[in-house]
Design a protein around this ligand. Structure first.
Ligand code: PSU
Ligand code: MN
Length: 326
């Protein structure tokens, strides 16, 4: 695998020095947002990670190389469409590598490559999930299956209500993937805080999340964790407005026959159009917020790992609490 990986100098140095790193996906740039907001957001999200003292590693496939850490030029060429990147989930990666193609990695593709590079934190907007009508279409995102394989935690604002959220939660439970509410006990529904779905697990601080991650992988329980971080309140949308836009977009997608990998990009673009760009503004804000939280968790994770390597078990939540209050 390492033969196919191209790790940027910045990320390589960060890995060598055990610095906190946050992986970022590229499908959100190429298929999730329009130009030029996509390049602006991609750069701002990287900046947000840096401001928190971590190193960003945006992941994509360029000329068949699995890139971890992109230059500004590479980011721009992905964002402006000149590379004509394929939306790349796990199934697409061998073909892209074998044929020297270009790919923008989804949550599943990004997790897989991040893990191979040794990166355990990843920030994005929303994960894919079980689509509405999956009982007819069997459309279940490869993201869910990847979450059961790769040891990478994904900080997201939950999942969009373009999906069937209860079925998505059932799938994750079956696959043993913890879904942790970050400062909330309800699954956030991307644009809004309310999904009506109560989470059985919630944590309030980056330290607690980092300890959970460390413990999961120290127990050799492979697979990821979803850290569901609600959109900042000032950017949250009106539930009735966004729900109506989603209903309309889904109806149109059925009439027009969108399915497979094209469905999610179609729905994202239509929802943004129907809301007159309001949903895009919310989307940008929540991705940056997730990047900051992921960076904070990554810092704590490296600290815990360092302490554990110095001997002894990581601090318990009780000890962490005492340490904070000193
Ligand atoms: N949900 C969003 N924004 C996105 C995506 C999902 O709110 O950009 C992208 C992510 O890259 C995710 C992918 O991994 O769509 C899921 O696509 P599918 O449903 O085809 O698996
Ligand atoms: Mn699908």
């Amino acid at each position: 695998m390492n033969l196919y990986l191209d790790i940027s100098e910045e990320v390589h140095d960060a890995l060598r020095m055990n610095m906190p790193i946050v992986a970022l996906e590229s499908t959100i740039i190429t298929h999730g947002m329009p130009w030029p907001q996509n390049i602006e957001t991609a750069l701002e999200v990287e900046d947000a990670v840096r401001e928190e003292g971590a190193v960003p590693a945006t992941i994509a496939i360029i000329e068949g190389r699995l890139k971890v850490g992109l230059s500004h030029d590479e980011l721009r060429c992905l964002a402006d469409g000149s590379l004509h990147p394929t939306k790349a989930s796990r199934r697409d990666i061998p073909m892209l590598v074998a044929r020297h193609g270009n790919g923008a990695t989804t949550v599943s593709g990004t997790m897989l490559i991040a893990e191979r590079a040794g990166i355990h934190l990843f920030a994005t907007g929303g994960i894919g999930g079980v689509h509405r009508g999956a009982e007819r279409t069997w459309d279940v995102s490869a993201d869910l299956e990847e979450l059961s394989h790769s040891n990478v935690a994904v900080v997201c604002a939950g999942a969009k209500a373009i999906l069937d959220l209860p079925k998505t939660m059932e799938y994750l439970e079956t696959k043993g993937v913890p879904v942790i509410g970050f400062g909330t006990s309800e699954l956030p529904a991307f644009y809004t805080h309310e999904s009506g779905i109560k989470l059985s697990q919630h944590l309030d601080s980056p330290q607690e999340v980092a300890l959970l991650l460390y413990t999961k992988w120290a127990l050799e329980l492979s697979g990821g964790v979803v850290i569901a971080n609600p959109i900042p309140v000032q950017y949250a949308m009106d539930k009735s407005v966004i729900d109506a836009a989603i209903e309309k977009a889904i109806e149109e997608s059925e009439v027009k026959g969108f399915k497979g990998a094209e469905l999610t990009p179609y729905l994202l673009a239509r929802v943004a159009e129907i809301t007159g760009g309001d949903s895009l503004e919310a989307n940008v804000a929540l991705v940056k917020n997730n990047a900051r939280v992921a960076a904070r968790i990554a810092k704590e994770y490296e600290r815990i790992r360092f302490e554990a390597e110095q001997g002894g078990a990581p601090l318990s939540p009780h000890q962490l609490h005492e340490e904070e209050s000193v």
